[in-house]
Design a binder for this molecule. Structure first.
Ligand code: ADP
Ligand code: MG
Length: 601
């Protein structure tokens, strides 16, 4: 018998109701004749407070609230992959419209129900009589009717993490089954029976359990040089992308979503414009995963709660997103979650808090903003799953500080919980220098831990070159100020050389257009080759300077221009052209040195 209550007060997405039964904190409820979905966010003796995840304008005092007896949860199953959902994992159609009415406002309709169960091919990997524990893999899951060779990403069927351990007493043969039908029955250790289906429910606010957390010593490659080489994120790591309006947060997150080396992408569009997300979906349908040649959308889950959708659902959307990410992680996959933008999520939190009459803290945000941010980012991890496999969830969140002021609460609190800060700079963006990540205000706490990976990938000087680049960029900032005062020509050759090297690092390495066919992403091999070439240029410049060759000679040599353009001009795999550049660099250095020696004589 579910608990019941009667609405007494409504304010925007929040309502109070006089309750007779016992409601759980965080229990899912339905409200009114339209059966709008809500969640209990406060429980008092004879009153509950509910946040409603749809438009509440039709609700009136007296409308009934009905408990579900379970926490706000979502159904996790193979049907999630390649689809688009609202903040509570209800499908909203891949074309970004909700069916007949394609206007943006139609993305969510009141009382929309969860996805219908799809059919999938199940292939058991265990047998009757086997003993299983929670989180164990009992079979593989692919598209219904398809042969294994035509399957995209292979998914797995898990014993839900909250099930009891037991023995398999029944197990379906290989074949097509409905997502929610039992494929396996366990006799649990306490003598009960437990049915396992391809899908199971999980409460969104509860982190899914793991066997243990693993150290962050593998990179989550983004294909963006400034990130992978200067501010790398580890698998299971976290990054915050603060940036004012138009500095490139969305383009950066989308670019990472397209080219990073995760198995599954969870893209949470949170309070941003709907048309942007529709554009992303259209692109994902067309683009091919460079590793598998299959459509990118196949390995992507989009959770959309755009600016025109109910505000409270926005609050839930990031928990829904991370729960979905954990579900794939638990199948032994590497997952990347992008949230654009966490500021819009925080605003939803603020709005609900305001309606509740809570004492506002900094910037009007509730005092628990910080702990909520911590809860979210702490769910990122590289783990050993309950089944003993390895999986990870890496989280990247955009932050949109009002008027680009990074001292505001959301930017500030987020900074405390993330391992990487990729700070977007207005001036770089204005100069159309993309990605506009500022190399001096950004950081990564994983660089040291990842140096070994680069070493084993063949880039033995990664850590040295990385530090060299960062030092040169720091020197550049200082020297630029000086150059503005005394003029470049009046600076000593050493300093002019530093500026030249920094120019090369910026233009040839850090700058990378998301819209260039050749350069939109770079494999670690290509990044390493470019890094080495620039390193060789810096070394050659140092030697030439010692031999009395002024930096201007180097700067006007054709090799300098060729290096400046290598990102845009030399595609993946064309190693011979990179080697040519290397030989040309050596030859140029020799020529300049000889010319200088002749002048000396
Ligand atoms: P934000 O989300 O921060 O408001 P956007 O991501 O929408 O900003 O970027 C604004 C514009 O800047 C884009 O439409 C694009 O023209 C340009 N831009 C941003 N990032 C890049 C990039 N990496 N490469 C090329 N152009 C970019
Ligand atoms: Mg944006």
């Amino acid at each position: 018998m579910s608990a019941r209550a009667t609405t007494t007060w409504i304010s925007g997405p929040v309502l109070r109701a006089a309750s007779t039964g016992a409601f759980l904190l965080r229990e899912a409820v339905v409200v009114g004749a339209d059966r709008l979905l809500g969640e209990v966010i406060r429980v008092a003796r004879d009153e509950i407070t509910v946040q409603v995840y749809e438009d509440t304008s039709g609700l009136r005092p007296g409308d009934p609230v009905e408990g579900s007896g379970r926490l706000l949860s979502i159904r996790l199953g193979p049907g999630i992959l390649g689809n688009i959902f609202d903040g509570l994992l209800r499908p909203i159609g891949v074309d970004g419209s909700a069916g007949e009415d394609a206007s943006e406002a139609a993305w969510v309709r009141p009382g929309m129900r969860e996805a219908a169960a799809g059919r999938f091919r199940f292939t058991p990997t265990l047998a009757v009589g086997d003993r299983v524990t929670p989180g164990a893999v009992i079979g593989e899951v692919g598209a219904a009717g398809a042969e294994p060779a035509e399957q995209g990403l292979r998914q797995r069927c898990l014993v839900p993490p909250d099930a009891a351990a037991g023995e398999i007493v029944e197990l379906a043969d290989a074949g097509d089954v409905a997502e929610d039908a039992a494929v396996c029955t366990l006799r649990t250790d306490d003598g009960g029976e437990y049915d396992v289906a391809l899908s199971h429910r999980w409460p969104v606010r509860l982190p899914r359990p793991v066997a243990k957390r693993l150290p962050a010593d593998e990179p989550m490659l983004t294909g963006q040089r400034i990130l992978d080489c200067l501010f790398p994120i580890a698998r299971g790591g976290t990054a915050s992308i603060p940036g004012g309006f138009g500095t490139g947060k969305t383009v950066l997150l989308e670019t990472i979503a397209k080219w990073c080396d995760a198995d599954v992408i969870v893209y949470v569009g949170c309070g941003e414009r709907g048309n942007e997300l529709a554009g992303l979906l259209a692109e994902f349908l067309e683009l091919q995963d460079p590793r598998t040649g299959r459509p990118l959308l196949e390995r992507t889950v989009v959770i959309a709660n755009t600016s025109n959708m109910p505000v409270a659902a926005r609050e839930a959307s990031i928990y829904t997103g991370i729960t979905v990410a954990e579900y794939f992680r638990d199948q032994g996959l590497d997952v990347a979650l992008m949230a654009d933008s966490t500021s819009r999520w925080a605003e939803a939190l603020r709005e609900v808090s305001g309606r509740l009459g809570e004492l506002p803290g900094e910037g009007g945000y509730p005092a628990y903003l910080s702990s909520r941010l911590a809860d979210f980012y702490e769910r990122a991890a590289r783990v050993e799953t309950l089944a003993g496999a390895r999986g990870s969830v890496s989280v990247m969140g955009a932050v949109s500080p009002p008027s680009g002021d990074f001292s505001e609460p959301v930017t500030n609190h987020t900074r405390r919980y993330v391992g990487c800060l990729w700070a977007l700079d207005v001036r770089r963006a204005q100069a159309r220098f993309y990605p506009a990540i500022h190399p001096l205000t950004s950081y990564s706490d994983s660089a040291q831990g990842l140096a070994r990976w680069w070493h084993s990938a063949g880039c033995t000087r990664w850590e040295i070159l990385r530090r060299r680049f960062l030092t040169l960029l720091e020197d550049e900032a200082r020297l630029e100020r000086m150059a503005r005062i005394i003029g470049r020509d009046a600076m000593p050759p050493r300093q002019r050389l530093t500026l030249l090297c920094a120019q090369l690092i910026n233009q040839a390495f850090l700058r990378q257009s998301a819209f260039s066919e050749i350069d939109r992403y770079a494999t670690p091999q290509r990044q390493a080759v470019m890094m080495r070439l620039i390193g060789s240029f810096i070394d050659a410049g140092d030697k030439l300077l010692a031999d009395g060759v002024p930096p201007e000679r180097i700067n006007t040599a054709p090799i300098f221009r060729a290096l400046m353009r290598m990102g845009e001009e030399i595609p993946e795999g064309d190693w011979e052209r990179f080697s040519e550049l290397d030989r040309e660099l050596t030859a140029t250095a020799r020529r300049l040195r000889e010319a200088a020696a002749e002048v000396d004589v």
